[in-house]
Ligand binder design. Structure first.
Ligand code: NCD
Ligand code: ZN
Length: 460
């Protein structure tokens, strides 16, 4: 308490358009939860709006959003910290309005057991500006581990059905995959899937060899890979009843398959990434290795179908798949250049930019409601993060002041990821994250370019 009776660390955000999603918001093209007003945070939690506070953030002309949740980042600890680390990754996150991340297990060594998650958590403690949770990796040799994963240790188990440079732990054997789905169902753990069919790629590679130009890469990792894998996932969900979240859809067919399976009552959902919504083969010709990704960037018709999945609310989560590599690694000869790009910082603004370009006549309140649904509320619900994803009394005081009409040029100077480059360099962004607050602390202020303290903690 300060002498005037106001708790230190308290903050009030006033005068903005506050976005709370509500029951139908976003999905049916409504914005019931958007209202003018403010949010007050005290002792790290959202409290009734009649309280006073020490710090006042003026949000006039801006939206006030719940802190965004990126359920798909590769922050590269342990073992790959030359590509990315938590100080850089979490600064990129808050600069993009993200206050909670879920980290992936393809580290060195890979995070394949509860013990490995605990060891990683110890390394991360005290280095992150954002709160965090972990996905454990499914170990093809020990599928039975998934039958009793503590949800406080891992929010899901990740399965790589195809591999590459930074994804060496691949489940190739259909028998092992079946055991993983059975064990996850028994342990009630959600699977998140990198669904590409390794056998399809192995067959093509034996016939055609490796690509020698980046512009040919998509033909070497074609749509048959993910489509075949998603069909397998749907059959396994049917057999075992496992909750399955398919990551980074790249094709129209996958969106149709997962949506049809869900309509048939199966517990299957999907994620879309900022980059599959932002780039097509036209861009990859220009950007080369920067947009070399697994799964590959595809054609305009695919991108149109993915955006349709956003408009119809078929998608559950938007994720960045923030997967940085150094410039030196990306500049290697084509077969050796690893797939992946940084994206946690660009995710929300790139999606907002896409929404305003695609649907210029849509009410901004409706568009922002969609964004908040898929970047906060649904990821929190899907992965069981209590106190996250909603602006409501008692929730964590995580929030973002987002200027919807602030157009600005995104350049290499803006990049906070350790790798220092972005595929979005040269983009005119249609919105800006002005302020990010994590549990009552201002962790990003765009006007001064300053960050808060690395006191993010593990959400369990
Ligand atoms: C990811 C990486 O580099 O960790 N790369 C990517 O292209 N998405 C791993 C992965 O998800 O395949
Ligand atoms: Zn992946």
């Amino acid at each position: 308490m300060t002498p005037d009776g106001v708790r230190s660390g308290d903050v009030v955000v006033s005068g903005g358009r506050v976005v709370a999603v509500g029951e139908t918001g976003g999905r049916r093209g409504t914005a019931d939860g958007v209202r003018s007003g403010g949010v007050v945070v005290s002792d790290g939690k959202i409290v009734p709006a009649d309280r006073e506070a020490r710090r006042v953030i003026d949000a006039r002309g801006a939206y006030v959003l719940p802190g965004l949740i990126d359920s798909h980042v590769h922050f590269r600890t342990p073992g790959l910290t030359h590509k990315e680390d938590w100080p850089h990754g979490s600064r990129a996150a808050v600069a993009g309005g993200v206050t909670t991340v879920m980290d992936m297990p393809n580290t060195v060594p890979p995070t394949l057991s509860p013990e490995a998650v605990l060891a990683k958590a110890e390394l991360v403690a005290g280095t992150s500006l954002v709160d965090y949770a972990f996905h454990v990796g499914a170990d093809p040799d020990r599928p039975e581990l998934l039958a009793d994963i503590d949800p406080g240790v891992a929010v899901s188990a990740k399965v790589f059905m195809a591999g590459h440079h930074t994804a060496p732990t691949v489940v190739r054997d259909p028998g092992q995959l079946d055991k993983i789905f059975a064990a996850a169902a028994a342990g009630r753990v959600r699977l998140v899937l990198h669904a590409e069919d390794d056998a399809v790629y192995a067959l093509l590679d034996r016939w055609r060899g490796a690509p020698v130009r980046h512009r040919d890469y998509e033909r070497y990792r074609p749509r048959t890979g993910p489509i075949s894998a998603v069909a397998q996932v749907v059959r396994l969900v049917e057999r075992h009843g496992t909750a399955a979240h398919v990551l980074h859809l790249s094709t129209a067919e996958e969106a149709d398959l997962v949506t049809a399976a869900r309509a048939a009552g199966l517990p299957v959902t999907f994620e879309l990434t900022g980059h599959h919504l932002s780039f097509t083969d036209v861009d990859t010709r220009r950007l080369g290795a920067k947009t070399r990704l697994a799964p590959a960037i595809r054609q305009r018709a695919d991108q149109d179908r993915l955006w349709e999945a956003v408009r119809l609310g078929e998608v559950s989560s938007l994720g960045s798949d923030h997967a940085p590599h150094t410039t030196e690694e990306k500049c290697r000869p084509v077969p050796d250049a690893p797939p992946g790009l940084p994206g946690v910082q660009e995710l929300a603004t790139a999606v907002w930019t896409g929404m305003r370009e695609r649907w210029p006549d849509e009410s901004p309140d409706v568009a922002m409601t969609r964004l908040v649904r898929h970047l906060a509320e649904e990821p929190a619900a899907l992965f069981g993060l209590r106190g996250k994803g909603r602006l409501e009394i008692g929730a964590d005081g995580d929030l973002v002041v987002f200027e919807p009409d602030h157009r600005w040029l995104f350049s290499a100077r803006d990049v906070r990821a350790k790798c220092g480059w972005s595929a979005y360099e040269g983009w005119t962004m249609a919105g800006r994250v002005r302020t990010t607050v994590r549990r009552g602390e201002i962790v990003w202020d765009a006007d001064t370019g300053t960050f808060g303290s690395p006191t993010g903690h593990w959400v369990r």
